[in-house]
Design a protein around this ligand. Sequence first.
Ligand code: ADP
Ligand code: MG
Length: 686
Amino acid sequence: MNKELADFFNTDLQFIHGVGPVLAAKFNDVLGGRRVLDFLLHVPSYVRPRDILDSIMMAQNGDTVTISVMVKSHKSGGVFKGRRRPTQIMCVDKFAAPLTIQFFNVKFLDYWTEKLPVGQWRIVSGKIDFNGNKGAVINHPEFIELPENASKIPTHQAIYPSGEGLTQKTFSNVRDQIFNILHERVISHITDDRMLEFLDTLEHVHFPETNEDLAPNGKYIPKLAYCELLAHQSAIAINKRARIEQKNKRVVRAKKHDLIDKFYDILPFALTNAQQRTIDEIFADFNKPAPMMRLVQGDVGSGKTMVAMAAAVKMAETGAQTVLLAPTDTLAQQHFAKLQPMCDKLGLVCEILTGRDKGVPRREKLISLKSGRTKIAVGTHALFSEDVEYKDLGLVIIDEQHRFGVVQRTAMCAKGNNPDMLALSATPIPRTLSMTVYGDMDISIIDEKPAGRIPIKTTKLPIARTDALIARISAQVQNGAKVFWVCPLVEESEISDMTAAQSRYEELKKHFAGTGLCHGQMDKKMRDKVMDEFADVNSNMRVLVSTTVIEVGIDVPSATIMVIENAERFGLAALHQLRGRVGRGNSQSYCILLYGNNVSPDGLKRLDVLCETDDGFVIAEQDAMMRGAGELLGTRQSGWIQYHFVDYREHRDLFKLAQNAVLNNNDEMWSANLRQIFDCSTVAGA
Ligand code: ADP
Ligand code: MG
């Protein structure tokens, strides 16, 4: 790849006009990276028509429309009981039908009165909401233009899977600039026809005209999917070859003392057969000449942590160190709380290192790691910060491995000399796919749960029955039950996500005094505070309304009810993960899937899968078989390898094609370029 293109791909999004460090950080959350390349690999999920209407009366609830209106009056939001109310702008269309335009969290009314002056006509475009008691409403229209500038409003628009804090307007602005730069400054330097075609295909996908342009079997996506598979399959082949040829050798260490028997002695429970089998497989790897690369797949609650602990203890017998890498602070804290007492009994020094550690205490921890005194370090990305050194890092354990990119995994492993790697994953992949997806790793499967668990009762319910549901859970809440109430991320904008969770919060507060609210727009400290309060058995916060920020990392054994709103918008794997937040204690737990009015028959069928089974593998199998990815909010939720373009259901033939191309060693140069684009590093470093 030439330098101009590589530089362009690697440009930080904060240098795109209109994007600063704050938005770039939000892009990082959604894209899993903050480079121009990360943006380019993020495909719109569908094309939305923006119909031009004469009258608001022609719109259906939820339509996105463009309409010309005359402004009648303004009503400032003001503050009421400590809360800011929405600013409202009353308008009428050509037929005098009323439309209210609402803005939330507006501090300066002036801005909107200037954009929408009383007595003047404006063209506005946004999503119509007939749900409330105010008639037709548009919250935060995406476009407000003078009548003579009507053509500035697009008639159709690519909608990107988004996250909290990023609007579709930001996406299209960034996209336009990226492609402008590409054409003005980069393309002329590219001589490779395949690269030109690749970029051209990407452009079609980012400027789709119809949903056909985004279809997995349409004109463009299969081309990109093939490139992506070529990158992955060639990386897998290189890794496999390197392992067979033993390019990297694990360090052979002598056993200094016995610990593992003591570990078995202090275990508070008997291991399941599946746990024991997995541990045996890991120990066998420790006797091989090449470093271990093993993935442990086991459903939520199958007891992966103890398997990780066993591996760490075995490693400690040689005096070498282990790190256990968790995706969030909370999760790291939980692991530490479990492992530290056991380590005490075994005489092993266990430490936790996260972004919270600062100053002298942090320095002391680093010294202990460097000296080799600390044998087991639990933590987050802080574990591979530049200034962290290890005496002899023998084993890297990565929990929730799909949350870490290849770059991070590589950075962690680079702290040791060919350390063993153990990845843990709670999102099972169908067995039929695992070989093609994880072909360079060995796989252990924990397909058995510890005895004595009470299965969670799962039901589905139309959202219109919410009142009945509230009545039903009231009694349980009075008896001390804790409830998670999850509102989905809405694609439109930060505003609508927040309002969804916020208005549900207001509503539930009327029924339950102890209701908390938690969403991604909140300051992280505040968020942690709310979560901690909810987790505290003695607090009277009984109901926690949140967006999906709780998906990973919160462990509240007293929580027994999980309500998921608009469950049809989530992937099965994500729903299964969310459900796994309850059913952790000794009481019967419940999961209630609320579905919206617009749910499709396929959407309902998907929910049935969840009501019928609790087996993560079955759910994964079904998830892979059933259509309807288009309805889901973002593909990142599926949890296996995070492909950008590949669709497991639609591209099975492409898997084979790519494998054959790799076998025949076609196009080694091009594959190397693609590995760079798709971040597929190899153990051989190629
Ligand atoms: P996950 O696979 O989701 O990471 P954990 O390792 O957190 O699961 O285990 C879930 C719970 O089950 C923990 O409280 C753990 O102590 C407990 N546990 C693990 N293995 C067993 C077992 N063999 N018997 C009983 N309880 C177990
Ligand atoms: Mg776990």
